[in-house]
Structure formats: structure tokens, C-alpha cells
Design a protein around this ligand. Structure first.
Ligand code: LLP
Length: 431
């Protein structure tokens, strides 16, 4: 099986963290997001330990909330020693409501409104990751009014394309995030930040992309940022105290994806970073990374009830499910691949080639195409793996479909962490 926490019991049912998927579905209803807390915690620990080891004490992973944000996740990541990346006042509000300390939050966002900035400052956010000069000015004023010196990281674009490294200095300089180094605009940005009286520039931030398996872009990013810090030191006396190198490590959605050695990858980045520091005469900064997908994705499984099969002769077989693009829009948006199982018939032969179709009135509502599972009957439980990241957080109510419930399982116990939306919830803001 794709992951260690999945197994098959004597009834031929899929088990998740030792719990029968069909029982979970009948007790909690479907569609159902199932999160395995032990996997989640293990993923957090992998990063925390590897980062301490490779970058030293004080360095830490920030959990990228955008992958999966709900109140119950914050006490878990906090207890594992992680800080968080938040990208909107909504994520800040959720984390604060869960009791997460604001000083351990890093506030991202490419267009923070005046209200967002005010909210962040008054909430006592630890670091703003400043995206552009407009934000810098508003933040400086807001910090001044609050009588504080706000710690910031400046978001820079390093001009790397993580998938086609040959294309360096083309596409990725043209980005709506951060300020590019290559065009010379980052210099002006750094200079302006250093002369803002209510802002303390702790360092830089850069993020090369998401679902990345190759290592060159991370290694190169580290080098570019250190070289740049050395130049800024020479020109403006800037001292790099913190460096946030973003998230983006890839996860395994199907057995065609590699299984990434995260500690190994972190050690490799650290090696490049340290070498660049000594080459450029820069003191090793505190390092942050922002994993989202590689913390949450493989901890999640979505369970659906099959509506049955539809065989369009000469074309394809469809298996319909009681969810789809509303709880997981990733196939519709990116044609992302998933591993699909018939959780009710794990001992059958998985040779029924089919497309998993959702319930929306839209032909793009699919979860996977041409996958092989044991042929289901109406009522069977269909499991889609690796749905912990960017599923619930990207869910919608299209076709007025209520969002599913989420349960967290640990030690053979399941607790509801997000209630299933009701029809009343759908109309509650409508006058
Ligand atoms: N930091 C920053 C600044 C980011 O923009 C992102 C992701 C992360 C960290 C976390 O990256 P991760 O470790 O999760 O790869 N909706 C897309 C993913 C968009 C990612 C956006 N930024 C998907 O479903 O694949």
C-alpha cells in the first residue's frame, strides 16, 4: 500500500490507522475527510528534528496553514514545536481562536489590505513577510501608530523555475509574489525597508514553488539569497539574521511519485547554505521552511459512497461518488493524480478501469481518470488517498453541496474536528 498507516482487515476492508474505513463511513457519513493524527505528528517531527540538526537550534519549520486550516490542527503543530505561516486574516483568526501564539505566526500575502495589516499588527503577529513596497509603507505607519517595531522578512523572487532549470531567469522573475532580485528592484525594496523607522528587517523570504521533487532549485535558491545578503551587507550594512526558504517539497500521490527523503533533502540544502555563507562571509542565519503539503497531505484520506457504475460502451466506465470537485477540486484545476481504492473490497482484484466522477453538473467534476479498482457496487466505500492538503482548504459549495465533516483518528479513536455543513449553513448569510 502507498502508506504504512493503511492496511486491510479480515473483512477485506481498508483500515486507516487501524480503523475500518467502512465503519468510519457508516458512523460519520460520507463524504468524509479522515485525518490520521499520528501521521501528521510524525511529519511535523521529521521537519523539526531535521531542521534542528541541519540548521541548528532556533531554526524551525512553519506549518503552511493554506494546506489545511481548521482550529484543531493548530494545537497539534504547536505541540510539535512548529511555528505557522498564515496568509490571510481568516487564517490568523482561526489560529488565534485555537490559542496559537501570535508571536509564532508569519503573515504572508501578496495584497494585504490596510485592514489586514492593522489586524496583524494589533494581533501581535511575530513576523510580517512583506511582499512589496506598498505594503511596507502601510505597515511602517501601522507599526508606528501601535508604538512597536515590527519584525519583517522581505519576500524576494530569485528567478528560478523549479521544473525546468534551464529556463532560469525567464518565467519566474515574472511573478506576482515578492520583488525580483534580477531586475534590481529588490535593492530599492531593501533600502526602503532599512530606512523605515518602525520596521526591523530580520531577513529574506523566498518560495520557489510547490510539489517539487528535484533539489537544484532549493540549493540554488539558498545560494542566491546568501550572495544577495552579502551584497546588501556591503552596500547598506544589512545583517541577515533570518532566512525563510519557503515550502514546496513534493509528496507521493501515486506509486509513480518518488518518496522524498526529507531529512536528506534538508541536509543537502543546509550544505549549500553553509558553503555559500562561508564563501560570502555571511554569518549563518536562523533558517525557516514552510512545508504545507508534506505535513498534511499523506495524513488524509477521503471516503465517499459509490453511487454505482456507468459503462459507456466503447468509451469508458464511470464510478460515481457522493462528493467530487466540491471537496477536492485538484483534478479539475490541475489534473492532479490520486490513488483510489475500493475500501469495501480490498481483497478483490483491482482490475476495473474507471473514471471517478463527482456529483456536480459539470463534466470536469472528476477525481481521477482511468484508475483501476475492484469493481464497486452501489454503497461501496471509495477511498481517495493523500487528500490531507489542499482539499478541505480549497473546498466549495458549488451546486449547493455542503462541505464534508472531518474526523481525526488517533490510538483507535475518532473525533470529529469539523462538523458536516448543514443545509441551514448554506443559507445562513443570505437575507
Ligand atoms: N510558502 C509559501 C509562500 C507558499 O506560497 C506555499 C504554497 C507554501 C509555503 C507551502 O507549499 P507546500 O509545502 O504546501 O508545497 N493549491 C495548490 C498548491 C498551491 C501552493 C501555494 N503555495 C495545490 O493544490 O497543489
Amino acid at each position: 500500500m502507498l502508506y504504512d498507516n493503511l492496511n486491510v482487515n479480515e473483512k477485506g476492508h481498508l483500515t486507516i490507522g487501524g480503523m475500518d474505513a467502512a465503519d468510519l463511513a457508516s458512523e460519520h457519513g460520507t463524504p468524509l475527510y479522515v485525518m490520521d493524527e499520528d501521521v501528521l505528528r510524525k511529519n511535523c517531527r521529521t521537519y523539526v528534528n531535521a531542521m534542528h540538526e541541519s540548521f541548528g537550534e532556533g531554526s524551525a519549520p512553519l506549518y503552511a496553514s493554506k494546506a489545511l486550516s481548521f482550529k484543531g490542527i493548530y494545537p497539534i503543530v504547536e505541540s510539535e514545536g512548529m511555528c505557522i505561516d498564515v496568509v490571510s486574516p481568516g487564517e490568523i483568526y482561526t489560529a488565534l481562536a485555537a490559542g496559537f501564539p501570535p508571536e509564532k505566526m508569519f503573515f504572508h500575502g501578496t495584497n494585504k489590505t490596510d485592514e489586514d495589516i492593522e489586524y496583524g499588527v494589533s494581533s501581535g503577529i511575530g513576523f510580517f513577510v512583506v511582499d512589496n513596497h506598498n505594503e511596507l509603507e502601510v505597515l511602517d505607519n501601522a507599526a508606528g501608530r501601535a508604538g512597536i517595531k515590527q519584525k519583517v522578512l522581505l519576500r524576494l523572487t530569485v528567478g528560478l523555475d523549479p521544473h525546468t532549470l534551464e529556463a532560469i531567469n525567464t518565467g519566474k522573475v515574472d511573478s506576482q509574489f515578492g520583488v525580483p532580485i534580477d531586475t534590481g528592484q529588490a535593492d530599492e525594496f531593501v533600502r526602503a525597508a532599512l530606512s523605515s523607522s518602525n520596521i526591523s528587517v530580520e531577513g529574506f523570504h523566498s518560495h520557489v514553488g510547490s510539489q517539487i521533487f528535484e533539489s537544484e532549485s532549493f540549493n540554488r535558491q539558498a545560494e542566491i539569497l546568501i550572495e544577495y545578503a552579502a551584497r546588501m551587507n556591503k552596500e547598506y550594512g544589512f545583517k541577515l539574521r533570518a532566512l525563510n526558504i519557503g515550502g514546496g517539497l513534493g509528496v507521493r500521490y501515486t506509486d509513480r511519485d518518488p518518496l522524498l527523503d526529507i531529512p536528506g533533502r534538508i541536509a543537502e540544502i543546509a550544505e549549500h547554505l553553509k558553503a555559500a555563507c562561508s564563501r560570502c562571509g555571511v554569518e549563518m542565519p536562523v533558517v525557516y521552511m514552510e512545508p504545507g503539503r508534506s505535513i498534511a497531505a499523506n495524513a488524509g484520506v477521503t471516503l465517499y459512497t459509490a453511487g454505482g457504475t456507468k459503462e459507456v460502451r466503447g468509451y469508458r466506465n464511470y464510478v460515481t461518488i457522493d462528493g467530487g470537485m466540491t471537496d477536492n477540486p485538484r483534478f479539475a484545476l490541475y489534473r492532479s493524480e490520486y490513488t483510489v481504492l475500493n475500501a469495501s473490497r480490498m481483497t478483490g482484484s483491482a482490475d476495473y478501469e474507471c473514471t471517478i466522477a463527482g456529483r456536480c453538473c459539470e463534466s470536469g467534476d472528476r477525481i481521477a481518470e482511468d484508475v483501476k479498482i475492484t469493481k464497486p457496487e452501489r454503497g461501496d466505500i471509495i477511498a481517495v488517498l493523500t487528500t490531507g492538503a489542499y482539499n478541505y482548504s480549497m473546498a466549495s459549495n458549488y451546486n449547493r453541496i455542503p462541505r464534508p465533516a472531518m474526523i481525526m483518528i488517533s490510538d483507535g479513536q475518532a473525533r470529529t474536528v469539523v462538523k458536516r455543513e448543514s443545509y441551514e449553513d448554506l443559507i445562513k448569510n443570505e437575507l
